[in-house]
Design a protein around this ligand. Structure first.
Ligand code: DP6
Length: 327
């Protein structure tokens, strides 16, 4: 009765979330659009029990303490409060993507934790309510609850800030070649980064221009227009990094290989290969492309100095319950 397992994909933002209007509720400064990443997944089992004297969290077989556990516990508190229960929980979570590959796991982690915990406590919520709840744990997690291509509406309050599917996974077979140039843990993670966004004089302009970029990105996805998509996602990523670089203190996530990849990807696109880039809060480059070009592109990427590995992900489905966790 009090246990459930859920699986969720990570996601890559095409229009980025950077900065909050409300840090506690994680109401974002602007709306965002992303694609779920099939194959980069978290599976989480939650068990609530009267026998437990505190919450516990195991991640990839390692028992967690400190901030990771506190953050999961705070999230469980929201769900316990909704369900009107006071039970502690044992959370066992596995990522199928290599840890230390520099892939953000908070999106898939909090989406899976939300869906599993709600099911374990018998809360029957609509997808948008699950999405809004996941947002409280990590902003980008709200985009991992629905499937495929997803838009997160910035909203006015808790209930109106949620994400929904704008196109299903099979609408367009974009591929994300996640090009790893460093697996090191970030010195400044997203949560601290969001609170610096407003210290950059460029953030106001970035936020004000967001409706235009959201529309262009939405149109590009709905029309399957790669050139239009390439233009807007590269501009959006560079605008976010411009804000990061001009924050106080400044955040400069790029390595030499990051810039090298940006230049090469633009050259390859000019030569006729559908390829464009986006970059999150780190030095790794997400290379967005279309089949059948991904194999040639992967070869090219692997030859670039500083590239450690390339992981490939296609559009992924929604977070869902797993009836047989052994599967
Ligand atoms: C650069 O969702 O990781 O990846 O809400 O503090 O957990 P928290 O932040 P998070 O921020 C994601 C930032 C980003 C852009 C994006 O995914 O939209």
């Amino acid at each position: 009765m009090y246990t459930a397992t859920a699986r969720s994909c990570s996601n890559i933002a095409f229009i980025k979330y950077w900065g909050n209007r409300n840090d506690t509720l994680r109401l974002p400064a602007n709306g965002s659009i992303s694609m779920n990443l099939s194959g980069l997944e978290t599976v989480t089992t939650v068990r609530f029990s009267e026998e437990l004297t505190s919450d516990t969290l195991s991640l990839n077989g390692q028992s967690q303490t400190g901030e990771a556990l506190r953050r999961a516990s705070r999230h469980l508190d929201h769900i316990r409060h909704l369900a009107g229960v006071n039970l502690h929980a044992e959370v066992v979570s596995h990522n199928n993507f290599p840890t230390g590959a520099g892939i953000a796991s908070s999106a898939s982690a909090f989406a899976a934790l939300t869906v599993a915990s709600c099911a374990a406590l018998g809360l029957d919520l609509a997808e948008r309510e699950l999405s809004a709840l996941a947002r409280l744990g990590s902003g980008s997690a709200c985009r991992s609850v629905p499937g495929g291509y997803v838009e997160w509406y910035s909203g006015e309050d808790h209930a109106s800030s949620y994400a929904e599917t704008i196109a299903p996974p099979d609408h367009w077979e974009l591929l994300d070649l996640v090009t790893i140039v460093s697996g090191e843990h970030k010195a400044i993670g997203s949560t601290s980064g969001h609170s610096l966004a407003s210290t950059s004089p460029l953030q106001t302009a970035r936020v004000e221009d967001t409706p235009r970029r959201l529309k262009q990105c939405r149109d590009a996805i709905l029309r399957r227009d790669f050139e239009l998509l390439a233009e807007v996602i590269e501009q959006d990523a560079l605008m976010m990094h411009a804000v990061m670089m001009t924050s106080h203190p400044p955040l400069l996530y790029w390595l030499p290989a990051t810039l090298q990849l940006i230049q090469l990807i633009r050259r390859w696109r000019a030569d006729g290969i559908p390829a464009c880039f986006t970059i999150d809060a780190g030095p790794n480059v997400h290379v967005i492309t279309l089949p059948p070009h991904h194999e040639q592109l992967e070869q090219l990427l692997r030859q670039v100095d500083g590239v450690q590995t390339v992981l490939t992900a296609s559009p992924g489905g929604p977070a869902c319950l797993v009836s047989n966790p052994a599967e």
